[in-house]
Ligand binder design. Structure first.
Ligand SMILES: [Zn+2]
Length: 190
């Protein structure tokens, strides 16, 4: 489990505070951003800090997979920086419908992305969960599979249309200019 500084962990009596934590009024809090380690054998709690270069921050371009979504919001599991530099830990990112297009607001986020898509996005805050934007032309979906048969969708001439080479199903996305220009073997596991 990833924790942020000042995240409440437990009361002091439950676990002995060890590295990366501090105690205030008998309560143990995380002192750094990192991975929470609860040692149940020795009854110790610690937080192993992340190296700074392994935490995406404002302005970074990241790559992640859409894990769940609703009409207005999608949850992204961020797994790498752009240029195939994988993160040691995945982070949760949130894409709101207002961060998809500059011009018009979409009726629904389903017109832009779908669960399972791989997207390239820019981080627009400095906190977890990371907030994401795909407004720029090079940002958006970089890999998508057919919602009917699961085959990899290919790009049509039109800017936002994808077509399934297998069943001819046509789908719409907010596509990145870099659609399918990634090493698909890494992401096309399903
Ligand atoms: Zn298909």
């Amino acid at each position: 489990m990833i924790v942020l500084p000042r995240t409440y962990i437990c009361v002091e009596e439950e676990y002995m505070p060890s590295r990366g934590v501090y105690v205030e009024n008998g309560k143990v809090y995380a002192a750094v951003i990192g991975r929470l380690i609860i040692d149940t054998v020795n009854r110790k709690v610690s937080v192993i800090p992340f190296k700074k270069e392994n935490v995406p921050r404002y302005g970074d371009i990241v790559i992640g997979q859409v894990v769940s979504m609703k009409d207005e919001i999608a949850f992204i599991r961020i797994e790498a920086f752009e240029v195939s530099k994988p993160l040691k830990h995945s982070f949760t990112g949130i894409l709101h419908i207002s961060q998809v297009a500059n011009e018009k607001r979409l009726p629904t986020l389903y017109d832009a992305i779908r669960t399972g898509d791989i997207i390239k996005a820019r981080v627009i805050n400095n906190q977890i969960p990371l907030l994401l934007s795909v407004k720029e032309p090079r940002l958006g979906v970089i890999l998508a599979t057919c919602s009917k048969c699961g085959a990899l969708l290919t790009k049509r001439r039109s800017a936002s249309q994808l077509i399934c080479p297998n069943c001819k199903n046509s789908e719409q996305r907010k596509l990145s200019m870099d659609y399918l220009l990634i090493e698909s073997r890494e992401y096309n596991k399903g």
